[in-house]
Ligand binder design. Structure first.
Ligand code: GRF
Length: 197
């Protein structure tokens, strides 16, 4: 049975879809939900599901990423996960941390990578006039939003879409894609899967 830690920054809807999928004969179980802010709404949802939680607030570190990451690592050593899932975690992790977890750390990104690394992916897809958009689960490497792709889900861009309506349509697919990829990853499967929304 694989042990899974999940990092969040906000509401944690992806975390909830991962946690709720890890039941029955699933090859993994959640052991920690960590947030970089005590205000992250996902912490309450994790506690309601009896998952251990932790907060490592980045602000007191005043931009000292290595010190912030050392505090993250200390929580991970305590929880001893096999897999680390970034789920709406909005802090950029540096190479020194990523290399410790390389091959065992996943991230979900709301675009069809390699298109639109970084922020504001839905607005950029609309500006570009894309017909298709979506989300990607990838292994995390030191390069932001760049690692090997494990899964993608596509959605149509509809006339009149705004960044918010597009984000809502993509989020539904995120909640399907991430659990599907995690289940495979926990049994060593790394071939890319594609879902259509
Ligand atoms: C998701 O769209 C995710 O792809 C992005 O941030 C959003 C977080 O949503 N990185 P939630 O906190 O999982 O609800």
């Amino acid at each position: 049975m694989k042990r899974v830690a999940i990092f969040i920054s906000g509401g944690g809807s992806n975390m909830v879809s991962l946690v709720d999928s890890m039941t029955g004969d699933h090859p993994a179980r959640p052991v920690l939900v960590l947030a970089n802010s005590a205000d992250a709404g996902g912490l309450v949802k994790a506690a309601e599901r009896n998952i251990a939680t932790a907060v490592v607030d980045h602000r007191p570190f005043n931009g000292d990423r290595e010190a912030f990451q050392a505090a993250l690592q200390a929580e991970l050593v305590k929880a001893a996960p096999d897999i680390l899932c970034l789920a709406g975690f909005m802090r950029v992790l540096t190479a020194s941390f990523v290399q410790k977890w390389q091959g065992r750390m996943l991230n979900i990104h709301p675009s069809l990578l390699p298109k639109y690394r970084g922020l504001h992916t839905h607005a950029r897809a609309l500006e570009a006039g894309d017909a298709l958009h979506g989300c990607t689960v990838h292994e995390v490497t030191p390069e932001l939003d760049d690692g090997p792709i494990l899964g993608q889900a596509t959605v149509p861009v509809r006339p009149g879409d705004t960044p918010d309506t597009l984000a809502a349509r993509v989020l539904v697919q995120e909640h399907r894609l991430y659990p599907a990829v995690l289940h495979r990853f926990a049994t060593g499967k790394r071939e890319m899967i594609r879902l259509q929304g």
